[in-house]
Ligand binder design. Structure first.
Ligand code: ATP
Length: 271
């Protein structure tokens, strides 16, 4: 079952459609930790891809390499669709912690990436308000982070990522610290935005259930050294709703992804 899904997902991946690819990427930190070893992965434009794996398998490191925050020790990162006339791949990063500036309003926090590009408050106003509307927080523009719930703070963090109109959204366990109801709501809102805007999303999570609900492709990783052990297509149609969460199809996908994850963890038992 898992071997079959592995073949299917990899057949669907063609270099032509890749928006970004990691080619034979390894990352060894200065203390000798091999976070990633010979990792190759092509991510297609418009894909909602989850990196799923146990703690320490290199999910965040892979995401940081894609973002350019750190470089590989060997191998390379490519943006195949980039042209000389348009060299900038527009991406944004959403971290697990919303990391908002407590002294600034919601508006001020979302304005920050534009402000860093030299765009004044008045010139940025419409774009900032548009991003806040996308996450349902337009009426909280003048509030301060301390006045917001955890879910609302994460929405501000997402608005701040969207304000630059990225094509690629990198998300490192963005909803892990939220309660289940809030997480489900944000899952639904994120999917609705993804369907509307057609971004490529690369989403790091520990959760089988969250990865199956959101993704059309799940890349399962194992640790020591960090590597890919399975590549699974989740071919359930979108929009996915609460009805999908309780469907047999969802349960079947969760079962096979869970088996893949357990195999990934078993692979380290003898190390
Ligand atoms: N700056 C660093 N220096 C040394 N080792 C590091 C550094 N960053 C990460 N590591 C190590 O590299 C390995 C992969 O870390 P990474 O954070 O990418 O894993 P992860 O799968 O995202 O883990 P988690 O799910 O716990 O966040 C781990 O063993 C980690 O301890």
């Amino acid at each position: 079952m898992i071997a079959k899904t592995l073949v299917k997902a990899s057949q669907d991946v063609g270099p032509q459609g890749d928006i970004v690819s990691l080619e034979g990427v390894s990352k060894t930190f200065s203390n000798g930790t091999v976070a990633l070893k010979d990792l190759s992965l092509g991510i297609r434009a418009g894909e909602f891809l989850s990196l799923l794996g146990p703690s320490g398998c290199g999910k965040s490191t892979a995401l940081r390499i894609i973002s350019g925050l750190t470089g590989p020790t060997s191998g390379r990162l490519r943006w195949p669709q980039e042209t000389a006339s348009q060299p900038e791949h527009e991406l944004s990063f959403v971290f697990q912690e919303p990391t908002l500036m407590p002294w600034a309003t919601v508006f001020g926090n979302v304005w920050l990436p534009l402000r860093l590009k030299g765009i004044s408050k008045s010139a940025a106003r419409d774009t900032v308000m548009e991003a806040l509307e996308m996450v349902g927080l337009a009426s909280f523009a003048q509030s301060y982070p301390r006045e917001l719930s955890g879910g609302m703070k994460m929405r501000v963090s997402i608005a701040r990522a969207l304000v630059t109109k990225p094509k690629v959204l990198l998300m490192d366990e963005p909803f892990a610290a939220l309660d289940e109801i809030t997480r489900f709501k944000l899952n639904n809102d994120l999917l609705a935005l993804w369907q509307r805007f057609g971004w490529t999303v690369i989403f790091v999570t520990h959760s089988v259930f969250e990865s199956v609900y959101l993704s059309n492709r799940i890349v399962v990783m194992a640790a020591r050294p960090g590597r890919i052990v399975n590549d699974i297509a989740i071919d359930a149609p979108y929009p996915r709703t609460e009805a999908f969460r309780t469907s047999t199809l969802y349960a079947d996908h969760c079962r096979s992804v869970s088996q893949a994850l357990h195999s990934a963890m078993d692979a380290n038992d003898h190390l």
